[in-house]
Design a protein around this ligand. Structure first.
Ligand code: AMP
Length: 381
């Protein structure tokens, strides 16, 4: 008997995490006729607003995890930092087709980097450190500039310090309080790109068109598709993503973030779920990353990822939302997504807009002159 079941429409998909990724997964699943249950600590979360069943509790609350399991035919997740005990219980007692191994590996930058290296895929030089002395030693060996990151729990640049000169080193000491750290050599990248890849239990693998990503203050600002790079590099990046997906036995969706420099690709990090840099696929591809993820988790055949139109996706952070609503006329050739979050805090991802058109340079120009994203200081290109 196959280990994998096919989950038919009409069944209930349980999602751990009620943020925007869960919401967009749920919207796709609902279109396909599935029901949704979600677990999130915040009542009326972005996903909770559109779910059939909303369970409000902490992720490590085993009683709530069991409640989710009771009402769901299959379980998936929208974020990777799920409590280990909860995960083990789910794996042993429910249907979790993505398993626990990918999460175990990607929850910790040390295991993640080692797994990537083991597959023969290049990464920036790195060292794992536990003490201030080891940190200084590692920086001495790797050289400046470098970046120090906590091995666990960081996101959107949180838990990271860039060390450009010796006097910056003490600013990284605090990171060691919460977790061991990784010291990484700085990659003077020409571009940041990502490949979203999905693998189904039946072994089908599909990649989405490669995304060119521009970050501002370590938060994704803009994704441009197709990425403006040579066919050769695109092939190389796809091959790297396939090597990782096959090597780590992926089921579901994985985002592989990469640096491109001098015709070479270095993997920066992995996210075992749909990803912000794949939001463009909702309108620009035949199948979106969210629908593809649901198809994979339910063991349905994967859909075509063909690009129907070039697209530029731009994030709306807390500081952009009012401006976006004031300048709504910009939306003629674009699609507005708001995630239903209550409080528009600075830097909080509140929504995104995807601009669609034949000429990405023109789309980029429209965004450049738009008053919505005037704060552009620190744009990394
Ligand atoms: P991360 O949380 O690892 O994705 O890092 C956030 C952002 O910091 C990345 O998207 C890059 O813009 C930058 N960054 C992280 N690590 C490096 C590195 N080793 N070299 C150059 N830039 C980096």
């Amino acid at each position: 008997m196959s280990l994998y079941k096919t989950i038919h429409p009409g069944s209930t998909i349980g999602i751990i995490g009620g943020g925007q990724l869960g919401r967009m997964m749920a919207l796709s699943a609902r279109e396909m006729g599935y029901k949704i249950a979600v677990l999130d600590p915040t009542p009326d979360s972005p996903c909770g607003q559109i779910a059939d069943i909303e369970i409000t509790a902490q992720y490590h609350d085993l009683k709530a995890i069991k409640e989710l399991a009771m009402v769901s035919d299959v379980i998936t997740y929208e974020f990777e930092n799920i409590d280990h005990d909860a995960l083990t219980w789910l794996h042993e007692n429910t249907y979790l087709p993505q398993g626990t191994e990918m999460l175990r590996i990607t929850q910790d930058r040390e295991t993640e980097k080692n797994a990537i290296v083991h597959l023969g895929v290049p990464v920036a030089p790195f060292k794992i450190v536990n003490t201030e002395h080891e940190l200084e030693d590692a920086i001495y060996q790797i050289g400046l500039p470098c970046v120090v990151k906590t091995c666990r729990g960081g996101y959107d640049g949180k838990g990271q310090v860039v060390v450009k000169k010796i006097s910056d080193i003490p600013s990284a000491y605090d990171l060691l309080i919460s977790s061991k750290c990784i010291v990484e050599g700085w990659v003077p990248f020409e571009k940041e790109i990502s490949v979203i890849i999905t693998r189904s239990p039946r072994g089908e693998v599909k990649t989405f068109p490669i995304a060119e990503n521009i970050h501002v203050n370590n938060i994704l600002h803009q994704t441009i598709v197709p990425a403006r790079m040579s066919e050769q590099v695109i092939e190389k990046a796809e091959k790297v993503a396939r090597t990782i997906a096959d090597g780590l036995g992926l089921v579901g969706t994985l985002a592989v973030e990469m640096f491109y420099v001098n015709e070479d690709i270095y993997v920066n990090e992995l996210a075992p779920r749909p990803h912000n840099s794949g939001h463009y696929s909702i309108e620009a591809c035949i199948t979106s990353q969210f629908e593809q993820h649901i198809r994979a988790v339910c063991n349905l055949p994967l859909g075509s990822t063909e690009l129907v139109t070039p697209a530029v996706m731009v994030n709306l952070l807390g500081e952009h939302v009012d401006l976006a609503l004031q300048h709504i006329q910009i939306l003629e050739n674009s699609k507005l997504h708001l995630y239903g979050k209550k409080e528009a805090k600075q830097k909080r991802k509140m929504g995104h807009i995807t601009f669609l058109g034949k000429d990405v340079e023109k789309l980029i120009q429209t965004i450049e002159v738009s008053p919505i994203w005037m704060e552009k200081a620190g744009v990394k290109r």
